[in-house]
Design a binder for this molecule. Sequence first.
Ligand SMILES: [Zn+2]
Length: 146
Amino acid sequence: MSQDIEARLDRLFQAFRQWSIAWGVSRLPRDATVEFDDRIESALGLCEVRAGRIVLNAVLLRPENEGLLHETLCHEAAHLVVYLRYGSGVEEHGEEWRATLRRAGFRPRAVIPESEVGRGERSRRGRPGRIGASRGPGASGTVRPP
Ligand SMILES: [Zn+2]
């Protein structure tokens, strides 16, 4: 891994720790799993709340996408926080989720326009740069309330 990416990941997890403290779930960065995947095409990030697992699109590791990298991790981590607090009975991008994003300093938005995503040489495929939340089945107990 290049030092450049390492430094960006350091800043990302530093930010994640700060958001988690603001959310009152300071253990979250240790309890959640964050992975990068270069095969996901249709979303910038995914979250399996029951498994406490976040998958981020590897395109976010491009230097020009660092802002989106932070926003996407915060977006997905907020799904975990809402799940811990309220369970699965609330709206996916509802008021609870929006308040969680605001508390971390972000303007909540469920969808990021594709035009904001830097993809370098790769051809654009006309897909929206949406952030998706997957609620698929997963192992339980990975993320616990503090
Ligand atoms: Zn979402």
